[in-house]
Design a binder for this molecule. Structure first.
Ligand SMILES: *[C@@H]1O[C@H](CO)[C@@H](O)[C@H](O)[C@H]1NC(C)=O
Ligand SMILES: *[C@@H]1O[C@H](CO)[C@@H](O)[C@H](O)[C@H]1NC(C)=O
Length: 272
């Protein structure tokens, strides 16, 4: 009995380790390893306790190494329940049942430590505290300065992430515009989206310039930890000066430099 439990226990620990290592790499960074070990210990303790209580209902049966072939003469032909004992706990079924039980238990343990969007944002920004970001194609639906002469629309999908960034970082938004009207449209759209009321952003931190070079010099003057842009040219030019950049592009491009990350959208970078 003791021997049986010990064997089972080792099996179980192996399975849990496998699950955990896949979870850890997905969900947590190395800083959280201590809490992972605490959780591992707790999970193992709970599962083991659960198994101890459950054990009496499981037949204390050992598979002999050399199973007598005569006993399977009738069951060998038809593997369908003619030997009830052999089929009561087919090893494959019970193992996958235990796997899924173990996974459920582990999933439940991981539920409370699932990081919030704010934590993910902080982690992904590597604790950078100053962020500059262009508007077209990142915060706004529009992709060109010409479109901004007609209208400006804030992407609703980006608002949650934007709010988390403003809570934690000094954020500057910037864009190249062709006239004063575009500027007004952009500020009004940002205001209507609640960006100035819900977050830590003020209108003074939305900067407009008339050329793309103007945006580059804004970024260089502000010296952010991160710059977010949809222009590959500007991202490439800034690579030497800015610690980290996020290049927003819907087409999959080659990685420009090791300090430049790329994503199809701002929200995808943090949620994906
Ligand atoms: C096992 O039983 C099921 C239903 O009872 C039947 O459909 C299937 O053909 C059987 N398989 C064998 C190998 O006899
Ligand atoms: C901007 O570009 C993206 C990606 O190419 C596209 O999905 C989107 O519809 C464009 N927006 C407008 C307003 O044309």
């Amino acid at each position: 009995m003791a021997d049986y439990s010990k064997e089972d226990f080792i099996q179980l620990v192996k399975r849990i380790s496998a699950f955990l290592s896949s979870k850890i790499s997905k969900v947590l960074n190395t800083q959280d390893l201590q809490s992972v070990w605490a959780i591992t210990g707790l999970a193992v303790a709970v599962i083991f306790t659960w198994r101890l209580f459950r054990t009496p209902s499981v037949p204390q049966r050992r598979q002999p190494k050399n199973q007598a072939p005569s006993s399977s003469s009738s069951s060998g032909v038809n593997n369908n329940n003619s030997n009830p004992d052999a089929n009561l706990f087919p090893s494959g079924v019970s193992s996958s049942y235990e796997d899924s039980r173990a996974q459920t238990v582990i999933d439940e343990f991981f539920q409370p430590v699932k990081p919030t969007l704010g934590q993910i944002v902080r982690q992904r920004l590597s604790d950078g505290r100053k962020v500059t970001c262009r508007l077209l194609g990142v915060i706004l639906e529009e992709n060109t300065s010409e479109e901004l002469q007609k209208q400006a629309t804030v992407k609703s999908s980006v608002l949650d992430v934007l709010l988390e960034i403003t809570k934690f970082c000094d954020l500057y938004l910037m864009e190249t515009v062709l006239d004063d009207e575009s500027e007004k449209k952009v500020l009004l759209a940002l205001e209507n989206a609640g960006i100035f009321t819900s977050g830590g952003l003020v209108k003074d931190k939305v900067l407009f310039c008339s050329t793309e070079i103007g945006r580059t010099s804004f970024v260089r003057q502000l010296e952010p930890d991160w710059h977010i842009d949809s222009s590959q040219e500007i991202t490439t030019q800034l690579a030497r000066f800015i610690k980290y950049q996020l290049h927003i592009s819907t087409t999959k491009t080659e990685r420009i430099a090791s300090n430049i990350f790329s994503s199809s959208s701002l929200e995808q970078f943090f949620n994906g």
